[in-house]
Write a protein that binds this ligand. Structure first.
Ligand code: FES
Ligand code: FES
Length: 161
């Protein structure tokens, strides 16, 4: 076992882990931040996306030890300071961008990373960026709509699936 420390959602977080512990497991099992979902553990589904030093990362693809000293943001850190949903989360709600919700934390984290680097993405750019995020429920249409809406763009023209 070794001790690892990182900043998670703005607070210092320390835990004793085995060397093989994935960041996703550290977040969920050590820190009890279960909003980061694990759908595959093989970097396929994107349910585990978090931000590490501002970059979207699949938390099942790196070791917790590799994230030592970084700033990690999870879905639990995404709400506004007053606890209300942020603009992306609200858009997912308004545009029915979720059904079971399993993929949603990863979708929101990926969307946030996309909008940070490309504040007004085209529909094609949104679809392209979400290639690593799998949703088994929605058919993606409303997720794309939600992200377009969160970027302040008209969603009426978003093509049906
Ligand atoms: S759990 Fe990480 S990509 Fe599926
Ligand atoms: S809402 Fe169910 S997997 Fe996406």
């Amino acid at each position: 076992m070794a001790q690892v420390t990182m900043t998670v959602n703005g607070k210092a977080a320390t835990g004793d882990i085995e060397g093989r512990t994935l960041l996703s497991a550290f977040l969920r099992e050590t820190l009890n931040l279960t909003g980061t979902h694990v759908g595959c553990d093989t970097s396929q589904c994107g349910a585990c996306v978090v931000h590490v030093d501002g970059e979207a990362v699949k938390a099942c693809t790196i070791l917790a030890a590799e994230a030592a000293g970084t700033e990690v943001t999870t879905i639990e850190g995404m709400a506004n300071a007053d606890g209300s949903l942020n603009v992306i989360q609200q858009a997912f709600q308004d545009h029915h961008g979720l059904q079971c919700g399993f993929c949603t934390p990863g979708m929101v984290m990926s969307a946030a990373a996309l909008l940070k680097e490309n504040p007004k993405p085209s529909e094609a750019e949104v679809r392209d960026y979400l290639e690593g995020n799998i949703c088994r429920c929605t058919g993606y249409h409303n997720i794309v709509k939600a992200i377009m809406a969160a970027s302040g763009q008209d969603v009426a023209a978003v093509a049906a699936e």
